[in-house]
Write a new protein. Sequence first.
Length: 329
Amino acid sequence: MSKLLKEHLGQFPNLSMSILPTPVHKLEFLSRKYNCNIYCKRDDLTGFAFGGNKIRKLDYLLMDALNKKCDSIVTNGSNQSNWCRMTATAGAANMLEVHLVLAGENPDKYTANLLLDELVGANIHHVNTDDDTLLEKVSLEQVEKLKEQGRRPYYMSVGGSNSIGALGYIRAFQEILEYSNESGIEFSKIYMGSGSAGTQAGLVAGQLLSGWGGVITGINVSRSKIEQEEKVKIIVEDTLRLLNVQMDQSIWNKQVVNNDNYLGEGYRKNTEGARQAIELFARKEGIFLDEVYTGKAAAGLIDHLEKGLISSDENVLFIHTGGNVQLFE
Ligand SMILES: Cc1ncc(COP(=O)(O)O)c(C=O)c1O
């Protein structure tokens, strides 16, 4: 199964900035506590710029930008966006001028991701809004300004979540299959946080291409179940098109599964479940999570364990997608 994914991915060169494959290991405390087998794929350890899921997407996206002879990048996100930190660093390391359009006020003191954005020399444009449409409009205006200056900008929508970015998570899915082949540990369920949806879309595309029979659950961090499932499906469809694979959506519709029970009041709004999950992972597993993404995803996993939705004969994989720089906000 993993060979087939490798063949699909082989058509697309990438920059290999991520240190791969990321390790997989058992979460000993959780597994003992709930008498089951919970594993963690450590995508917080992708290496580049403090790690996390976004560098897998950037491996493909920046390769595309360089192939198109672009000399600058424009993207956007929140003031403390992990995506923007990764893009700023990866762009700088590839000698591209990076423009970040960030939602929120320009704070007096830069911390965490914002501090790193500045350190790597990104051009930061603050827009005091929480309206994603306005943020995108300002970003596209920035693209036009650069073109007027004779530059060749490459625009990346928030989170790098499009078909090219999703290739990075087909690659992650291939690693999961290879891990299973080598260890004999077959997973029945995969959990991870789902925001701009490219991570989940790449994993689902990997599932569809390989015929893997388990369930991938995206724990929502910003939208309702219906909205998020729609968002994931659009990227899965685009990704299959990019790979030239014909597969009717009615066949795979049900494989896009999202859960909004752990979202709380919305994006970047802390929840008690996430706070408890962060504390448990830090104190019992030696792993740092964040409040925006992985804390909520782990809260979902723990709640499913509490409710007995995972049985003792299953192997379950939690993907740690990074983001723990947030703890230094
Ligand atoms: C740490 C972390 N985890 C998970 C996600 C969600 O990934 P995606 O936006 O591809 O859904 C993000 C996105 O910003 C993230 O920064």
